[in-house]
Design a protein around this ligand. Structure first.
Ligand SMILES: [Zn+2]
Ligand SMILES: [Zn+2]
Length: 239
């Protein structure tokens, strides 16, 4: 145990960890975020939408989005609110090569959502895939890095080759919900037999409209998966 801690401190000294919030070197050994920065994040808590896990008012069962339309996935949840701090953090994680943030993200998901995930009896996790052209450019799939951290902590296998992205859909941000949906409909494909998977957990970094999760869930259900859940690091406040 002591040796392990000494080894961890030595690794930290050689490769100082960068805080996923302030992007500075963390001034303590063995931490994955500055203690002060952890308090700057907004965790999802209180009453949440029974479908997507967004915070809702006390008298609501579903958020306006889930009350309006039918999602393909069964249920999902997220650990953090997608605010300015998380937006910057995920940007660095995705585009500035800060893969190491995944360990903090995985820890937060474990701490906040383990019970919920366990209740779903997940057979395997599927990170939302990126198109191979993007994978080549970036070198990694950010959702897969998060899934691997969850897998390590909760001992659930990751299958990152079952669903592939057949079209590069480009930036979705500027598109409306309907456009996103149409754009995404044919973007994913199941590559092999999934009959042994009854209950699957889709993993992503951000949940906004749910269009991406629905498109992947649609694919999986079409291939015979019975129940499809999602977990995402962050979620929008609702729309
Ligand atoms: Zn910090
Ligand atoms: Zn909802």
């Amino acid at each position: 145990m002591i040796l392990k801690r000494i080894a961890a401190a030595a690794v930290d000294a050689l490769f100082p960890r960068i805080c996923p919030v302030c992007n500075e070197i963390i001034p303590y050994y063995g931490l994955d975020i500055c203690p002060g920065c952890e308090h700057k994040l907004t965790y999802v808590c209180g009453r949440i939408c029974a479908k997507c896990g967004k915070p809702v008012d006390d008298d609501e069962v579903y958020c306006p989005d889930c009350a309006r339309g039918r999602h393909v996935y069964d249920e999902g949840c997220a650990a953090l609110i997608y605010d300015e701090n998380m937006s910057k953090s995920i940007y660095r994680f995705k585009y500035n090569g800060k893969r190491e943030f995944a360990s903090f993200y995985g820890r937060v998901i474990e701490e906040r959502l383990e019970e919920r995930i366990r209740n779903w009896n997940i057979d395997g996790m599927i990170p939302v895939p990126v198109h191979k052209s993007r994978l080549k450019k970036r070198g990694y799939n950010q959702a897969a890095l998060i899934a691997k951290q969850i897998s390590k902590r909760l001992d659930i296998p990751v299958y990152d080759d079952i669903v592939i992205r057949t079209h590069a859909t480009g930036a979705q941000k500027e598109l409306g919900a309907l456009e996103r949906q149409n754009n995404l409909k044919k973007a994913f494909k199941v590559t092999r037999n999934v009959v042994k998977l009854e209950s699957v957990l889709i993993v992503d970094d951000i949940y906004t409209t749910g269009a991406t999760v629905d498109a992947v869930a649609d694919c999986l259900k079409g291939a015979g998966v019975k129940r499809v859940f999602f977990v995402s690091l962050c979620i929008g406040r609702g729309n």
